[in-house]
Design a protein around this ligand. Structure first.
Ligand code: MEV
Length: 328
């Protein structure tokens, strides 16, 4: 039995545009998903809790599948199951064990579909735990590649490497197409607001694709996000948190124009701005979930705690640890 964990992340800049080859800078944060894999003789069994779901157990074998008996939107459950299924496919391939079956237990501090990279963290941790359980050790680069394939399959061929590379490597990373590497980042005073909801990443990514097809200025908006990211990288190098905040505000406006913000995300962003934060934006696919703000003072956290629609507000720190084995 092997347990591995991987961190969630916030996007400082660049979500959605990164799917079209623009650069993005996600940062791993200290909320982790843990996956335990135990080989079993036949049939898969998956248990999950704390995924902002009530928890579910599914046992299945081959084609037949039981549907988990819980009261949450089907799309979310299917997405969660899809990530686990695809991760197991990657484990079987990496270990050259096409018949391997597991009992998989997921415990996560990262809310599902909320823009904090829960699926990437589950995919990376599941691949690490599953391969080790089969006695195979693969490199972080291979874990990141295989976790990317998981996301790409579940998102219908429309995923970037940003979430999975960040979750595997930890720290701050820069991703532009296939070019992924770790970068230096100052410790940023992240404050996160969570509306208790979730967005369907596949549907949101598809929505941006439709907009881009319909309006040429949506393609310009995506390129403008790339420009924001490039300026943001200069600000990061200069440790200019004020400018990083300004650019986060800009990035949020461009994401709104692409149709991926929501009323609660916007009200949390404005509550943070009114409280005097350096900058605030939605993080991840959008549609609901989380915003990230920068504020070294307690003001934003307090304001978010009193904002209608914000269910939870907390501080987060950059986590330099990527995927890691917890026990074996
Ligand atoms: C989702 O966390 C981030 C997106 O940019 C999709 C992706 O990069 O695959 C919206």
């Amino acid at each position: 039995m092997v347990t591995a964990s991987a961190p969630g992340k916030v996007y400082l800049f660049g979500e959605h545009a990164v799917v079209y080859g623009e650069p993005a800078v996600p940062c791993a944060i200290g909320l982790r998903a843990s996956v335990t894999a135990e080989e079993r003789s036949a049939g898969m069994r998956i248990q999950a809790s704390d995924l902002s779901l009530d928890g579910f157990t599914v046992e299945y074998d081959g084609e037949g599948r039981d549907h988990p008996d819980i009261d949450v939107p089907d799309t979310l459950v299917q997405a969660a199951m899809g990530y686990v299924d695809e991760a197991v496919t990657q484990v079987r391939e990496a270990a050259d064990a096409p018949e391997a079956s597991f009992e998989i237990t997921i415990e996560s501090e990262i809310p599902l579909g909320a823009g904090l990279g829960s699926s990437a963290a589950v995919a990376a941790a599941a691949i690490e735990a599953g391969t080790r359980e089969l006695g195979v050790e693969i490199t972080p680069t291979e874990i990141a590649e295989r976790a990317y394939r998981v996301e790409n399959t579940v998102q219908d061929g429309q995923a970037s490497r940003a979430d999975t590379f960040c979750s595997t490597m930890g720290g701050a990373v820069r991703v532009e197409g296939d070019d992924c590497h770790s970068i230096e980042s100052p410790d940023l005073p992240f404050v996160i607001g969570y509306d208790g909801g979730a967005g369907d990443t596949g549907a949101l990514v598809a929505g941006v694709r439709e907009r881009r097809k319909e309006y040429e200025f949506a393609a310009d908006t995506i390129e403008a996000i790339g420009d924001v990211v490039r300026r943001g990288e200069q600000a990061l190098t200069a440790n200019d948190t004020e400018e990083i905040g300004n650019l986060m505000d800009f990035n949020h406006g461009l994401l709104s124009a692409l149709g991926v913000s929501s009323r609660t995300l916007d009200s949390m962003v404005w509550a943070a701005r009114n409280a005097g934060c350096l900058g605030a934006k939605l993080t991840g696919a959008g549609g609901g979930g989380c915003i990230v703000a920068l504020d070294p003072t307690p003001e934003t956290l307090t304001a978010l705690e009193y904002t209608h629609g914000c269910e939870e507000a907390f501080r987060a720190e950059l986590d330099t640890d990527g995927v890691r084995v917890e026990s074996e």
